[in-house]
Design a protein around this ligand. Structure first.
Ligand SMILES: Cc1ncc(COP(=O)(O)O)c(C=O)c1O
Length: 414
């Protein structure tokens, strides 16, 4: 049994009242709620250990220690062995621009860069600009409109001997589609191209394992997995060491700090570590083994989270499927639920997404309407400019919330 009541009690914001009932937070894909352990860690750092790095006085030493602990926690989180391959930054988009600018300086005219029509613009825009800067050509992998999956025929066609980089999302923040990243990595590596994975939407739902995926770079954002507003970049050591990243002359060449421009958010790092510990705590709860290593606890946690979230996802798909006119964009077959994250987007012919979202907001249901920067996809599906209504389920949501949401949507559209 998933300890939903215990989990919910970690998140004070879930007790917020709108009207006469607790608000329903289905806005997780835009940013998750935060357990109090995360804010405790951040305030503990700021109130007692706050300093810049690299000096021999107590708070500076404590800050250095915090950074090495957080790098190790993040290495455990994404499944890499070397914590110095982890880079912190403001958010995924800024880090991806930084990576794109470094990689673009190694490309030449005639090279090709591949993005997908399923990706968030944070994993399209930087590569489109990088291609422009280097004289490379940008190519796009298409999507299957009927279920919002990647068109693998198009992938096989677009990735060629000229490809230097493939940028792909692990999971779509609009349709929830989980991509077969390992397959794309295989195709790309066969022609000698590198692969950048955007795991921002994947990270709160499923375990990241960079060694299993086999990619070259991966990005995610702690604020989507119960932490503060930060971004994380992982890259293979040899590449991170040599890439011509933009840095100050006075800044160190040491990894990962050659990638970390200026002074970082140390309090954010403390919060990110607590967010990872929150997920590990779930693993120790569900396994009944308080002594599990952090990585093993994360493996247990994500097994339980996936199972729990799939139950909620199936209920939501079933409920929405019974409302006349609702068109869910993405995989809807119950037997394919493992191919998607519990992020459900729909449209209705009689009311635009924004209006449905406003009516839900009045009832205390927090959802998003629009394209959420997954512009390639909404354009491919012909859904601009209105976009879709998106409800994103996370491990702190309950079946009762799903039922209330479905009933509310049915009532609004009646
Ligand atoms: C799939 C995906 N990729 C990238 C981003 C951008 O992340 P950040 O806000 O950390 O730049 C988002 C944000 O919503 C996202 O959902």
């Amino acid at each position: 049994m998933f300890p939903i009541e215990k989990v919910r009690s970690c998140f004070p914001s879930l007790g917020r009242i709108v009207g006469e009932r607790e608000a329903v937070f289905f806005d997780g894909p835009g940013g998750s709620q935060v357990p109090s352990s995360v804010t405790d860690a951040m305030s503990e750092y700021l109130l007692r250990h706050n300093a810049n790095t690299g000096m021999s006085f107590a708070t500076s030493l404590e800050t250095d220690e915090l950074i090495s602990e957080v790098l190790q926690a993040c290495a455990d989180f994404i499944g890499c062995n070397d914590p110095t391959e982890i880079v912190f930054g403001q958010n995924m988009t800024s880090l991806n621009f930084q990576l794109a600018s470094a990689l673009s300086r190694t490309w030449k005219e005639g090279d090709e860069v591949v993005v997908t029509r399923l990706d968030h613009d944070g994993n399209v825009g930087p590569w489109s600009l990088a291609a422009e800067w280097s004289g490379a050509t940008l190519r796009k992998i298409g999507v299957n409109r009927e279920d919002c999956t990647l068109d693998m025929e198009s992938a096989n066609e677009v990735i060629t001997e000229r490809t230097v980089l493939v940028a792909i999302g692990a999971a779509s923040n609009l349709s929830g589609t989980i991509n077969d990243i390992a397959k794309i990595v295989e195709i790309a590596h066969e022609v000698g191209a590198e692969v950048v994975v955007d795991a921002v939407h994947f990270a709160p739902h499923s375990l990241i394992d960079v060694s299993e995926i086999g990619c070259d770079f991966l990005l995610c954002s702690p604020y989507k997995f119960f932490g503060p507003h930060q971004g994380l970049l992982w890259g293979k050591r040899d590449r991170m060491k040599e890439l011509p990243v933009a840095k100050l002359r006075v800044a160190t060449e040491e990894l990962p700090f050659r990638w970390m421009t200026g002074t970082q958010s140390h309090e954010g790092m403390a919060g990110t570590m607590a967010a990872i510990e929150h997920i590990a705590w779930i693993g120790r709860q569900v396994s009944g083994n308080p002594h599990l290593s952090r990585r093993d606890a994360l493996i247990e946690a994500y097994g339980a989270i996936e199972e729990y979230e799939r139950g909620l996802c199936l209920r939501m798909l079933e409920g929405l499927g019974q409302i006349e006119g609702v068109k869910v964009w993405g995989i809807t077959e119950p037997n394919r639920v493992s191919e998607r994250a519990p992020t459900i987007s729909f449209t209705h012919p009689s009311m635009c997404a924004k209006e449905i979202a406003e009516k839900l907001a009045e009832r205390g249901v927090f959802v998003w309407a629009g394209n959420f920067y997954a512009l390639e996809l909404t354009e491919a599906l012909g859904l601009e400019p209105e976009g879709v209504l998106r409800a994103g389920v996370l491990h702190y949501n309950s079946m009762e919330e799903v039922d209330f949401f479905v009933d509310s949507v049915a009532e609004i559209l009646r």
